[in-house]
Design a protein around this ligand. Sequence first.
Ligand code: NAD
Ligand code: MG
Length: 384
Amino acid sequence: MRRLVILGSTGSIGTQALELVAAADDLELVAISADRRWEQLIAQANEHCVRKVLIADPESAEQARAAWDGEVLSGPEGLAELIVGAEPDLVLNAIVGSAGLAATVITLSEGVDLALANKESLVVGGELVIELAAATGARLLPVDSEHSALHQLIASESGQAPGTVQRLTLTASGGPFRGRSRDELASVTAEGALNHPTWQMGGKISIDSATLMNKGLEVIEAHQLFGTAYDDIEVVIHPQSIVHSMISLADGSSLAHLGYPDMKVPIAYALHYPRRTRLELKSLDLAQLGSLTFEPVDNQAFPCLGLALAAGREGGTAPCILNAANEVAVAAFLDNRCGFLQIAEVIAATLNEAQIEQSYSFDTLIAADRAARRVTGEHLAALA
Ligand code: NAD
Ligand code: MG
């Protein structure tokens, strides 16, 4: 039995992971966490026989304690207690945003394997996260579909000479606004942006997919996970989301990972690694699909990808600042406090004003995140 903790179990990734756990005979769920939806969390705990939960929001945690007889932790110390106390073999970090960084750091510090959906903690923590995993020997298993695909493709070439894998190609669906011009994007709404064509996801990543910031965060994630130079990572729009990623090899061949878009596949890959598990899913029918299409990114209409690439190349605290500004801007857009095009504008303005530090610690990152949030907030207030 593999002892598993799921952080962010009430979210899109979290609930799909719980379904996989219920169907698996080699995973024992030992703790779960959520931000504030305590009733749903306690219902999950009861259903999966879990006696230890964490609720980040202290008031919601209080309400849960009054209503439930299991152990309810809260706050930053509670997080360490949850992860260490549960003695897990594997932690799935499915928290959204840079709020997930602490869980990534605690898990890897303990030498515990990490199934990582929370791409933001890799964007923000960067080399520090990778070095922590290397120092403790904990495995970092990507849950993001493109990176899960790349993990598998790169592993298939692991016996080859260095340099065999030359380029990585990440596919992007293009989101709900693919094909629209910059002018047409000026009036799109949060409701329209939440309507993703191929994936059902949480609110924040849905907006990131609509702006293509998600792909930008993913390029940084791939750079960190696989140590690939930014010049050797490409992005291509592929609306059907059937090809999840591709690697190009020294002998001129390319390997791609294909399947219908379903996050259960990469989640199961990470939860059961290195064993492949059986999922009752349709296998790919190419004749029925008929055609797969690919097109370049429209950088004019979707500047967020370029902003992320520039921040990634700059390195240091730049990706952390980019991420913080994006989180604040996306929350404002979801709340109808700014327009779609202004998301990129306030992120660019925040990065322009920021002092990027090349050498950093986790404390530097927390300070940079906080300062960037304040600056982005000021830019948003100036728009109103
Ligand atoms: P979601 O909004 O549906 O769920 C987020 C979860 O995080 C919830 O359980 C929430 O309670 C919890 N949470 C939020 N803030 C927290 C905090 N401060 N402390 C503790 N818990 C907190 O998000 P999602 O779509 O499931 O995405 C989760 C992560 O997975 C994101 O980083 C996202 O980029 C990544 N991801 C998601 C998908 C997808 O299909 N949904 C695909 C690839 C990657
Ligand atoms: Mg992805």
